[in-house]
Design a protein around this ligand. Structure first.
Ligand code: OAD
Length: 239
């Protein structure tokens, strides 16, 4: 698939009634938040099995909590970038016909002004009880309801996604006219399946990513570039 033009994508958005966007770690890269699978990404430096699995948490909860606190500190020290801002603008254009599905746990979309956000991998800013699913935004280590251990409220390897949130994401994918897939390797399932769900339901799929991914060959438009550069250009080109 050769690179498409910004104007062609802007025209497709102008012609569509419903828009869905799927974002991944690449959207926050230009804010200074590391991605996972790029050469300088988190999984090149840290073990996902030790830090992002229930087995890793049970083996060493302190190590896991320390790592999430380290990442929270980075996220709290950065700002949303022009890509986040452009997606918030797109939401204001489409209103309730716009859904942003994010795999990101950093809440930078919300800080940029996005409201209709489906966090399919949870949020790093909250903790959740391992036993009763009680969610808290403080750093309490023990659940006040059932005394079980609190853990980061993110989806770890081997865990199910929050069912209601993912069902809403699938609904948005099935009913959109255009889906933008931005800054994701599209390697982590089931979120990686959303673009094909949208395509099979008839949507035009646009990938925005500086690199090829396993999805690239299946999409209608490829914009090879970074999200903080490409997304504002698309908004600018829309009528
Ligand atoms: P990955 O790290 O797998 O992929 C990041 C993607 O962003 C790559 O395809 C890069 O080419 C692209 N990228 C890098 N910089 C970019 C930029 N400035 N603009 C646009 N794209 C850029 O991240 P995800 O696909 O989000 O799970 O990973 C999916 C899940 O795997 C994450 O949600 C995380 C991880 O395990 C949890 O935290 C639960």
């Amino acid at each position: 698939m050769s690179t498409s033009s910004i104007q062609a994508v802007a025209n497709a958005l102008d012609a569509s009634a419903r828009v869905c966007v799927l974002t991944g770690a690449g959207v926050s890269a230009e804010s200074g938040v590391a991605t996972f699978r790029d050469p300088d990404g988190l999984w090149a430096r840290f073990s996902p099995y030790e830090l992002a699995s229930m087995d890793g948490f049970l083996a060493n909860p302190e190590r896991v909590r320390d790592w999430y606190n380290y990442r929270r500190a980075i996220i709290n020290s950065v700002e949303p970038n022009a890509g986040h801002a452009a997606l918030a603008t797109l939401e204001r254009m489409f209103g309730e016909n716009f859904t942003l599905v994010t795999q990101n746990v950093d809440r930078l979309h919300q800080r940029a002004g996005s409201v209709r956000v489906l966090e399919v991998h949870g949020s790093i800013h909250d903790n959740r009880c391992n036993n009763c699913d009680h969610v808290r935004s403080d750093d309490e280590l023990v659940c006040p309801n059932c005394s079980s251990a609190m853990r980061p409220n993110v989806v770890w390897f081997g865990e199910d996604l929050p069912q209601d949130v993912f069902a809403a994401a699938e609904g948005a994918a099935r009913t959109c006219d255009v889906m933008l897939v931005v800054g994701t390797s599209a390697d982590v399932w089931p979120a990686a399946g959303l673009p094909m769900t949208a395509k099979m339901a008839g949507a035009q799929i646009v990938e925005i990513n500086p690199n090829h991914t396993s999805l690239t060959q299946h999409v209608h438009y490829v914009l090879a570039g970074t999200s903080a550069v490409i997304l504002p250009q698309i908004i600018e080109a829309m009528t």
